[in-house]
Design a protein around this ligand. Structure first.
Ligand code: HPA
Length: 247
């Protein structure tokens, strides 16, 4: 990992990063508004880590109301050289059941009404950026290699369909997502990934599948079931993040 200061954006189930010694709390207000919460800076595995909880701590900001632009600007201001995002998702692909870890390589954005660019003609002039590969290849390789070193099974591919939420999908919507090529469904990869790209900050995601997507199991999706998967799964995510940080 050629970066010293890594930003970690924790999602549902990861609102705090236990382990690092917090040395600085950054409370940053940006010209584009207030981030979801403070950025906690600390040392973890000898690396400087900047941790932000995407939904705030305690978890309160819904996916469509997160000020993704403020979060990204704040991480940039705090000095993040690269960003590792953690996303809880639903699984569509047959091999991506509850508890699976996926390092996605592609996404399809189905969100709407979110402030999704810095190049909006008012904060910054209009520009069109390349987004062919939405996740940084080097960071993805580092995550996959770290998982292999830990003998932690991960999928090294996956297309995330990003929906508006906060409700979960209908069966027909998940069938549609599958037909258009989605392996996973989540609510937060966009516009986060593109905003990082617009700022020139390498960005990759660790997805934890916390439920079979709608219509992919016989039972109703309950928050209690999701919580049970989060409780065990986030330990694996923490292990993976800790392992990827040393060079
Ligand atoms: N759909 C969308 N987002 C999600 C899901 C889901 O099933 N599970 C966790 N985040």
């Amino acid at each position: 990992m050629p970066y010293q200061r890594i930003g970690i954006i924790g999602g549902t189930g990861l609102t705090r990063l236990e382990g690092p010694n917090i040395t600085v709390r950054h409370d940053i207000n940006t010209v584009l508004g207030t981030p979801s919460g403070s950025i906690h800076e600390g040392f973890w595995q000898g690396r400087e880590v900047l941790f932000m909880a995407r939904h705030g701590h305690p978890h309160a900001v819904p996916p469509h109301k997160v000020n993704y632009r403020a979060n990204l600007l704040a991480l940039q201001e705090a000095g993040a050289e690269a960003i590792l995002a953690v996303n809880a998702v639903g699984g569509i692909h047959a091999d991506m059941g509850a508890g699976a870890l996926v390092i996605p390589d592609q996404l399809i954005d189905l969100t709407w009404g979110r402030e999704s660019t810095f190049f909006d003609g008012s904060y910054q002039p209009l520009d069109h950026i390349d987004f062919t590969e939405p996740f940084d290849a080097g960071l993805r390789r580092a995550l996959v290699a770290a998982a292999a070193a830990l003998a932690l099974p991960v999928s090294d591919f996956g297309v995330v369909g990003v929906t508006q939420g906060p409700r979960l999908e209908t069966t027909a919507e998940v069938n549609y997502l599958e037909r258009i090529g989605c392996d996973l469904v989540g609510m937060t990869s966009m516009p986060e990934a593109v905003l990082a790209r617009e700022l020139g900050i390498p960005y990759a995601s660790v997805c934890l599948v916390v439920n079979p997507a709608a219509g992919r199991s016989d039972t109703e999706i309950t928050m209690a079931d999701i919580q049970a998967v989060l409780d065990s799964g986030m330990d694996k995510v923490r292990d993976l993040l800790a392992a990827v940080l040393p060079s």
